[in-house]
Write a protein that binds this ligand. Sequence first.
Ligand code: ZN
Length: 85
Amino acid sequence: MDNSFVNLCPRCGQPRIVAKKWSEKIKIGNRPSVIYHTETICPNPKCQKKVDEELSAAREKRAQIEKEREKRGEEQKAHRVNIKI
Ligand SMILES: [Zn+2]
């Protein structure tokens, strides 16, 4: 099943509307090709704003978790070094 045409808003479940359509000319090897892009938004601007906020919040949270993981990894390394000594 192809779900790419059914784009529902993750918040209110309404079918999203196309906000922007554009195409991009690319080259695959020597052959020119065109990629079609579609940007969809929620028909409710207030809801779309929330979706955008949630998206950026989720992105920030992920970055935070990544950072924490890195930090923990470094601490573990340091701990291992201490044990060796
Ligand atoms: Zn919505």
